[in-house]
Design a protein around this ligand. Structure first.
Ligand SMILES: Nc1ncnc2c1ncn2[C@@H]1O[C@H](COP(=O)(O)OP(=O)(O)OP(=O)(O)O)[C@@H](O)[C@H]1O
Ligand SMILES: [Mg+2]
Length: 365
């Protein structure tokens, strides 16, 4: 259904986000792209609906080169779900979902009726339709995002870290819901995540990407676990095998290190490395990218968002998640009050797990 043929993307600033990558996504399956922050997942996904054009190579959808398709027309057949749902804040939930059928020329009444059905389909009571997005929980907003993406009944769904902003319990519920929906609807889903657990649970096929947009391995989850192609994949999925027990590993063994910080509202000079921005209370607000030139006082919109925070002494799983989701590849550790303590790399967390395994011997997978 979707085919990437030697696709490459180099941005104007020289960054190679995707390096000659070939991959085919089978019709009616959930295929997951997984890998650390910045490895090119979003770039690859957005080439499917022409939000990004490849520098070279070809993307086929349903056997047709997407360059031959009118972008607006192409997108009508491709639902798109993003983190934080991307809902229109000033429209109520029902109208958010009804937008798509309206665009397709349905009457207002018909579009609303369809929107009501879709809300039920994703497990939301119809009464929620009258609320505004800000009046919903994060998990409910994501469901509305999924309902809206399904509104045109597109054969293809692109989902870019749709569940990563919600807490782990809600996230599991949403994953189960997606699997149930998929059973019923049989879409071709391309799903992006940095969470290997989520990839293994949802994917019929999983593509592991590494920095620079290289495809490290493309396989069914079982094969990925049984025969990781190289050290990178081993480390990445090894994480999953030990994962279920991570909560038993003493997280006190994690040793946060200092990193350069800058304070919001102050003047900062340009530097060649990532710096962590803190507010006046010492709480992390985001990362200032290398070479960022700040004119005047540092404000939040100059920061790279993303990266979950790891609270000291919490289960190790969160530490790994923080490291893998951060644009700087450093997970931010905070104390119980949410104040900056230090940073950790994924390698360090994996190291802690390894040492623990050796200590307890056969007890761990
Ligand atoms: N418009 C752009 N101009 C220049 N570089 C970009 C642009 N968009 C992305 N990049 C860079 O391309 C690389 C891949 O980015 P991409 O957003 O595809 O990564 P990702 O795997 O989705 O990461 P994340 O998990 O953080 O969402 C990164 O190094 C990023 O900084
Ligand atoms: Mg992304």
């Amino acid at each position: 259904m979707i085919e990437f043929q030697a696709v490459r993307k180099q941005y104007d600033n020289g960054t190679v986000a995707v390096h000659e990558l070939s991959l085919s996504v089978e019709t009616g399956t959930i295929t997951v792209l997984v890998g650390p922050s910045g490895c090119g997942k979003t770039t690859l996904m957005r080439m499917v609906n022409r939000m990004i054009e490849p520098s070279s190579g070809t993307v086929l959808v349903g056997g047709t080169d997407v360059r031959e398709r009118d972008p607006a027309h192409l997108r009508r057949g491709i639902g798109y779900v993003i983190q934080q749902a991307g809902l229109f804040p000033h429209r109520n939930v029902l109208d958010n979902v009804a937008t798509v059928p309206l665009l397709h020329g349905r009457s207002r009444q018909e579009a609303r009726r369809r929107a009501g059905e879709l809300l039920e389909l994703v497990g939301l009571p119809r009464e929620l339709g009258k609320r505004y997005p800000a009046q919903l929980s994060g998990g409910q907003q994501q469901r509305v995002g999924v309902a809206r993406a399904l509104a045109a009944d597109p054969p293809v769904l692109l989902m870019d870290e749709p569940f990563s902003a919600v807490d782990p319990v809600v996230r599991e519920g949403l994953q189960d819901e997606l699997l149930r929906l998929q059973d019923e609807l049989d879409k071709t889903v391309l799903f992006v995540t940095h969470d290997i657990d989520e990839a293994i649970k949802l994917g019929e096929k999983v593509a592991v990407l590494r920095q620079g947009g290289h495809l490290a391995q493309y396989a069914a989850p079982d094969d990925l676990l049984a025969e990781p192609a190289d050290d990178f994949v081993t480390a990445f999925v090894g994480r999953d095998r030990g994962y279920r027990r991570l909560s038993f590993v003493e997280s006190d063994r994690v040793r946060p290190e200092p990193v350069d910080t800058v304070e919001l509202g102050t003047q900062v000079a340009t530097e060649l490395h990532w710096r962590l921005a803190l507010d006046g209370d010492g709480r992390p607000r985001g990362w200032l990218p290398p070479e960022a030139a700040v004119d005047g006082a540092l404000t939040e919109d100059q920061l790279a968002a993303g990266g979950s925070l790891y609270t000291e002494h919490a289960p190790l799983r969160g530490a790994l998640d923080a490291a893998l989701s951060a644009p700087s590849e450093r997970g931010v550790v905070v104390d119980a009050d949410g104040r900056y303590v230090g940073v950790i790399s994924a390698e360090h967390v994996l190291d802690v797990i390894q040492r623990h395994r050796r200590k307890v011997g056969q007890g761990l997978p």
